[in-house]
Design a protein around this ligand. Structure first.
Ligand code: SF4
Length: 411
């Protein structure tokens, strides 16, 4: 049997490590020396506003993903369950709170005593209601203020009244943030962070769009790792600098015909959350099947290119309401139809994530309607983002292999 060529690793991983280490060092310094205030923020919360006011910004969801990727979430979820959190709710939440209750964090390897102590917490309900309960737990524990931006879910048409209401809420939290921040709100600084966030998001979009090339220089598993800076450093020069490096490497790969999957024959779309505890084994499995996952709902979620420094509040409201997870199925179908064609997709994998209904798009018939419209076949796999007990690996591998065989036969 002919040996499969090796996957060529992205060189930018070294820069990614440095960028992320520097971010965590800034947080650690703020925690230890109190030279800056620390705000906890949701992953699609108002990061630009917070950075513009001089906060260091910590993201519990990023911590949740670290627990999943380090395969330690299962150790912590039962502790949160014993404290009254259902095993059926968000496993980022349960693993994060469980780890906190056990006083453990992967950040201890980087010299942290525990997760950085918040001075204030801010969340946006645009992704789900769970974030409110999650952040409220910590607000009660640390006895610090908590602020909410309340965004309606399942938005079909983005009406001016929705945008206005969300933009007003961005403005309304400023006086409360100023009570904690070391710096007063400054509209010019806000415009500056909005510009940096916009530029970082455009670069991130360009990174993901390199996967339109055949073969693709990047796959979903690379993107899930390299999205770190756009999640936690959106609105800073650090994210912009990093994505310039990554984009240049990917463009170089395209010029030289280097692909993420050495022998790309099939191109898939991944809908839903990653299985964090299976990231590297899934990357190897799909590569061995000559299949590249070229696009995903998850990684596309951090493209906030509607941000505009000329109109920072309204454009923030628009960018954070336009987000895929906030939209009604009708809008999601339009987005997916375009992506399937732009990325030349042969098939779709829907990951129905047990504890994240908001990121599982196959629960209300969208998958069948999309099949009818686009004729792109799909399979559904059942698992979870962090709770590996919800995932039957053997069964899923059989389904995936059979699906890929069927797609290959169609070609
Ligand atoms: S969107 Fe899903 S994974 Fe993210 S915080 Fe909400 S429930 Fe958890």
């Amino acid at each position: 049997m002919q040996e499969k060529p090796e996957i060529v690793k992205l060189q930018s991983v070294g820069n990614l490590r440095v960028t992320m280490d520097d971010y965590f060092n800034r947080l650690k310094t703020a925690d230890e020396t109190k030279n800056k205030k620390i705000v906890w923020c949701t992953s699609v919360g108002p990061a630009e506003l917070l950075y513009s006011m001089g906060f260091e910004v910590y993201f519990p969801e990023n911590h949740g993903a670290m627990l999943g990727a380090s395969k330690t979430a299962d150790k912590y979820i039962p502790t949160a369950v014993a404290h009254g959190f259902s095993p059926d709710i968000c496993s980022y939440l349960t693993s994060d709170i469980g780890a906190f209750l056990q006083n453990e964090t992967p950040l201890q390897k980087s010299g942290f005593k525990s997760v950085p102590t918040p001075d204030i917490l801010v969340y946006n309900t645009n992704q789900c209601r769970e974030v409110g309960d999650w952040f409220s737990y910590y607000a009660r524990y640390f006895k610090v203020p908590i602020l909410e931006i309340n965004t309606p879910l399942c938005i079909n048409e983005l009406t001016p009244s929705i945008i206005k209401s969300v933009a007003e809420q961005f403005k309304e939290i400023i006086p409360e943030l100023e009570k904690v921040a070391t710096q007063k709100f400054d509209i010019d600084k806000f415009r500056e962070t909005i510009k940096l966030s916009h530029d970082g998001c455009v670069l991130w979009r360009q990174v993901l769009e390199t996967a339109k090339n055949k073969p693709s220089p990047i796959n979903f598993f690379d993107s899930a790792i390299h999205m770190g800076p756009i999640v936690v450093m959106r609105g800073t020069q650090h994210a912009v600098d990093y994505y310039k490096i990554l984009l240049a490497e990917l463009q170089e790969r395209v010029r030289n015909g280097i692909s993420a999957v050495p022998n790309e024959k099939l191109r898939l779309y991944w809908d839903g959350m990653p299985l964090w505890y299976k990231l590297s084994s899934n990357a190897k499995m799909f590569a061995s099947l000559d299949t590249c996952i070229v696009a995903s709902t998850y990684c596309n979620s951090w493209i906030f290119d509607a941000l505009d420094p000329a109109d920072p509040f309204e454009s923030s409201a628009l960018a954070y309401c336009k987000l895929f997870i906030v939209r009604a199925d009708e809008e999601k179908e339009k987005v997916l139809t375009n992506l399937l064609s732009e990325f030349s997709i042969d098939g779709i994998i829907y990951h129905e994530s047990k504890t994240c209904p908001r990121n599982s798009n196959n629960r209300y018939g969208l998958q069948n309607r999309l099949l009818e419209k686009t004729k792109v076949p799909f399979i559904e796999i059942h698992g979870d983002l962090n709770d590996s007990r919800c995932y039957s690996e053997e069964q899923s591998i059989i389904s995936i292999e059979t699906f890929i065989q069927q797609l290959a036969n169609r070609k």
